[in-house]
Design a protein around this ligand. Structure first.
Ligand code: SAH
Length: 247
């Protein structure tokens, strides 16, 4: 049997994956494979579903317009979701798309939209966030899709944090301090990272976040970053100091 071509298309599917199983792909993925990348019969794809690892599959004969793939063997075992939870005030369309994609690429295990005093977007399209998360995970090779929470008010999110989690609060008003040292010297525990809206946090919100027992205030330097930039910078730091970039 052929080896997995390293550049085979990766697809997230809902079905269970097991040896010999056949999967009929939904119309959008069928269209993509047939008409966009023109995968021939017998061509290889990689499938994952967030539960059963990554599988090599080949396109089988199908009815007109139908795209069916036959599963051959598991190439990678399932890996657990990332340990970092990422909370953020939702942004407008294009920036939110970007931020969700980048957060997934950076390996977050949970995406939690929080509504803050100065959040400008109060309705969040979770289907769109999910689609962005799927696209990013297909592209970057992760096997666990992050969990996606319903939007919550900021104080609810703080109250719901489990006791062992460290709340890393990115605050552009914090005195500039070495972020590596800050993260390294902070108490043990998985990180819940918080980035605010374009309008920043209110004074009351800052006080509430600082009063929480396990908060670490993180400065990302002397410039005010846009929220989507701050997300990538902060996630890179957390992964480097406490996460899976250390391996
Ligand atoms: N209040 C700001 C803009 C907020 S930037 C203004 O003057 O308009 C959006 C979010 O990005 C902030 O809430 C914060 O979480 C994060 N952020 C941006 N720059 C940062 C920095 N230098 N240090 C820490 N966090 C930063």
């Amino acid at each position: 049997m052929s080896d997995a071509p390293s550049r085979a298309q990766r697809l997230f599917v809902a079905q269970d994956l097991s040896e010999g199983a056949q999967v009929t792909l939904p119309p959008e993925q069928a269209h993509y494979l047939s008409n966009v990348i023109r995968l021939p019969i017998g061509g290889a794809v990689l499938l994952f579903n967030g539960r059963d690892g990554e599988w090599l599959a080949h396109r089988a004969e199908g009815m007109k317009r139908e795209v069916r793939v036959m599963l051959e063997r598991r190439l990678r075992d399932q890996t657990p979701p990332g340990a970092i939870d990422y909370a953020f005030a939702p942004l407008k369309h294009a920036r939110l798309d970007y931020m969700v994609q980048k957060a997934v690429e950076m390996g977050v295990g949970r995406l939690s939209p929080v509504i803050t005093r100065f959040t400008q977007v109060n309705r969040v399209n979770l289907d769109r966030m999910q689609a962005n998360a799927v696209e990013a995970s297909e592209q970057c090779g992760i096997l666990s899709l992050p969990a996606l929470d319903e939007p919550r008010p900021l104080d609810r999110w703080v109250a719901d944090l489990s006791a062992e989690r460290l709340l890393v609060f990115c605050d552009e008003d914090a005195p500039v301090a070495d972020p590596v040292a800050t993260l390294r010297d902070a108490p043990e525990g998985p990180v819940s990272l918080l980035i605010g809206p374009e309008g920043g946090f209110s004074a009351e919100e800052r006080a509430m976040l600082r009063a929480h027992g396990r908060t670490v205030v993180l400065s990302l330097g002397p410039r005010i970053l846009r929220a989507d930039t701050a997300a990538v910078a902060a996630l890179a730091l957390v992964q480097a100091v406490r996460g899976d970039s250390r391996a």
